[in-house]
Design a binder for this molecule. Structure first.
Ligand code: SF4
Length: 417
């Protein structure tokens, strides 16, 4: 690798690290004709402790940008070294790293060169070359540039596994404040287009097996949290809307990393709200997989997630009248709602109780987090011991018995102003 490419790589990989929306789950792309890679299986996802995915070559095409979003290192007013890859350089790097087993795929985002289409066209060319000239079947996640034309989005979907348009800020008001060159409409339009094209492609695949795939891993978006004063209710409300109205596969929450002395933003040195980011992911999980409604997790009376405990436990403590749950008779839906019992374990419990009455020893062996779940369940031959504890007493008891891996960098919702 030449010195120049090495330098570009260090600049453009560093600039890309602020984008968390890169998980490579859910793709169905198959390797045919002895091509390179296979996104459908064998791909392993490496995540750093704070949840960021590291298994892809994650770079920007360029960190030049005509826009000036206050929260972004690539903003035009920032005095930093700039660089840009050519289309061929990104293709060569991807293939090189793939062959050396460093990566399973490519996550490609970009600053905006001249305008949305000019930039998007280059991103599409890279994906197209990888698929059609290099026969690359690894995972490709492309950032869709807000304002790009439908034609380019359509083409992008033919080569990329996943496309994402970052919504950036949880409210339009904050977007206007921090990213005056952007507008919400330019972000929503490509999301709507992608939603329609993904649904149409699924229908087409039902009729014609050979129809080409279109963004088989769906679309995702990212929200920066902690840069502006929105509470968790506002953040999760926005995510809930995306899941319901845009068929979004994932919403990523990125705790703001202070990079600027701009007085609209938290000062440099303010801790990244890692624990809040984690709680948002847990709440998001409840929305997507556990059948919780948004109002059960956060509402006008409780607009902020509890930072001490996870949102499912917080919900259980707010609803003591629903507990204890009898493991031998409750329905699956209610067992899944017990703190310390996941979807998989709940299913195992329902299957196992067909054969015998389950005791505490049985359910412990099925993999429940006993230190939490035991306060909310009854089993055969086990007395329920905590019926007299008030929710706050129970919370404190549970907290004494557990330690959070996030405790050392505990950082609550920011007080901005
Ligand atoms: S448009 Fe994107 S790359 Fe450009 S400044 Fe805004 S967030 Fe950064």
């Amino acid at each position: 690798m030449s010195e120049r490419i090495r330098e570009k790589l260090s600049i453009l990989a560093d600039a890309a690290k602020y984008d968390v929306s890169c998980a490579s789950s859910g793709s169905k792309r198959k390797n045919e004709n002895k091509g390179l890679g296979n996104a459908s299986n064998g791909i392993c996802h490496a995540y750093t402790e704070d949840g960021r995915c590291v298994s892809l070559l994650k770079i920007l095409l360029t960190n030049h940008c005509i826009f000036d979003c206050a929260y972004c290192v690539s903003r035009k007013s920032n005095d930093i070294k700039r660089a840009a890859f050519t289309v061929q350089e990104v293709v060569d790097l991807t293939i090189n790293f793939y062959r050396r087993n460093y990566i399973e795929g490519l996550f490609l985002s970009s600053g905006i060169f001249k305008n949305a289409d000019y930039t998007m066209e280059r991103l599409v060319r890279i994906a197209k070359k990888l698929r059609t000239e290099e026969n690359f079947h690894g995972y490709i996640h492309l950032k869709a540039i807000p304002g790009a034309s439908d034609e380019l989005l359509q083409e992008a979907g033919l080569y990329a596994d996943r496309l994402s348009v970052n919504v950036e800020m949880p409210t339009e008001q904050s977007l206007k404040l921090l990213a005056p060159d952007k507008n919400r409409k330019d972000m929503i339009a490509p999301m709507k287009y992608l939603k329609g094209a993904i649904i149409a492609n699924k229908e087409e695949k039902k009729l014609f097996k050979k129809a080409p795939l279109f963004a088989p891993a769906g679309q995702s978006t990212q929200m920066v949290v902690g840069a502006t004063p929105e509470n968790d209710l506002q953040v999760l409300w926005m995510a809930d809307q995306f899941y319901k109205k845009m068929n979004m596969r994932r919403v990523y929450y990125s705790g703001y990393v202070p990079i600027s002395n701009d007085n609209r933003l938290p000062a440099i040195g303010t801790p990244v709200p890692m624990i809040r980011e984690n709680r948002l992911y847990q709440a998001d999980w409840l929305l997507r997989f556990y059948g919780f409604s948004l109002q059960e997790i956060v509402d006008q009376e409780n607009p902020v997630l509890d930072m001490d405990i996870d949102p499912k436990l917080a919900w259980a403590l707010r609803n003591p009248q629903l507990f204890p749950v009898d493991i031998n008779y409750a329905d699956l839906y209610m067992i899944m709602r017990v703190p310390g019992i996941g979807v998989g374990t709940a299913k195992k419990i329902v299957a196992a109780r067909k054969h015998q009455q389950l005791t505490a020893d049985h359910v412990k062996k099925l993999g429940i987090a006993w230190n939490r779940a035991r306060h909310f369940i009854t089993c055969a031959a086990d007395a329920y011991t905590h019926k007299d504890l008030l929710p706050l007493q129970l919370k404190s008891l549970i907290m004494q018995q557990t330690t959070s891996k996030y405790q050392p960098n505990f950082s609550p919702q920011l007080k901005l102003f």
